[in-house]
Design a protein around this ligand. Structure first.
Ligand SMILES: *Cc1c(COP(=O)(O)O)cnc(C)c1O
Length: 298
């Protein structure tokens, strides 16, 4: 059902010289509301929920979660009602940001819980309690990463992509998307992930989803951590948009492309490497000017 609504995905080559090429695969344009990698992460989950007779989708996220906005939109299209468990009780009292507004406009019921309660989001006993409270709900983890999401993300790479490129790059939050790229490709390729948060836990997360080893995390481009930014990163977004007409946002895609271009400038890649960078979307949180983003909006 969701498959039929996807647009063909455009490619945009932004660097091409004798030494190397860099192409961006514009998943941000795959669907007007369920953009980017979230489309692929949700697709098989929604098919499963429908096949199993669930009536609702229930999931978790922070106020800026693209996964929350995407789940609300996808559920609406699939005829499933949606429930969002949002981190931070205080947010219920404040004006909603664009992500929460979009979720609400698509009919998502939002429950704001304390940061303390939110810590239990993956705890089995807590999930059982939620399941009893919402018996019709199919529960999807925070960020949408589970095994159905990883198989969905394998479809991000077409057979032509596997022939035409040597290196696949993506921004990494939970690692589900990167795991799909790894599973889709093989030893003759390399998959590079750019974590947007600090800490080394992602190595273990990704190993949960794949046994393959042709991948690497580049830990130097998180810019201080999740949703942290710097003037240099915000300048980069502006520059990138002017130069290539490709919008980026500061949480995920700008960090990846900043890192990638930095590595290219430092001659990190072998000559003649053909790089495909996955633009994973996320722009719905920044309808106006991503470059004017500030942390206190979180
Ligand atoms: C969620 C998200 C990611 C991270 O995907 P994971 O599968 O959690 O690693 C990357 N980019 C954007 C724009 C996202 O919304």
């Amino acid at each position: 059902m969701l498959d039929l609504l996807a647009q063909p995905v455009p490619y945009q080559t932004i660097i091409q010289h004798a030494q190397l090429s860099l192409t961006v695969k514009r998943l941000d344009l795959v669907h007007p509301e369920i953009s980017g990698n979230k489309f692929y992460k949700l697709k098989n989950n929604i098919h499963f929920a429908l096949a199993e007779g669930f009536k609702q989708l229930l999931t978790f996220g922070g106020a800026f979660s693209n996964h929350i906005a995407a789940t609300a939109a996808a559920g609406k299209l699939a005829g499933l009602s949606t429930i969002g468990i949002i981190r931070g009780e205080e947010l219920a009292q404040r004006p909603f940001n664009p992500t929460l507004m979009q979720a609400q406009a698509n009919g998502m019921q939002l429950y704001f819980i304390s940061r303390h309660e939110y810590k239990y989001r993956a705890d089995q006993a807590y999930l059982q309690t939620l399941q009893q409270r919402f018996p019709q709900a199919y529960i999807i983890p925070e960020g949408g990463t589970n095994s159905l999401a990883v198989t969905g993300c394998k479809e991000i790479l077409s057979s032509q992509d596997l022939e035409n490129y040597d290196v696949f790059c993506c921004a990494v939050g939970t690692g589900g998307t990167m795991s799909g790229l790894i599973e889709a490709s093989s030893e003759q390729h390399q998959v590079l992930g750019f974590p947007v948060l600090k800490g080394n836990f992602l190595q273990a997360e990704i190993t949960q989803w794949t046994n393959k080893t042709h991948w690497q995390l580049l830990q130097d481009y998180h810019f201080g951590g999740y949703a942290k930014t710097t003037p240099a990163l915000l300048d980069f977004i502006q520059h990138f948009k002017k130069a290539y007409s490709i919008p980026l946002e500061p949480i995920y895609t700008a960090k990846m492309l900043f890192g990638l271009i930095d590595l290219i400038q430092k001659n990190y890649f072998q000559p003649h490497t053909r790089i495909l960078a996955i633009h994973s979307g996320g722009l719905q949180g920044f309808p106006l000017h991503p470059e004017s983003f500030s942390e206190n909006r979180l």
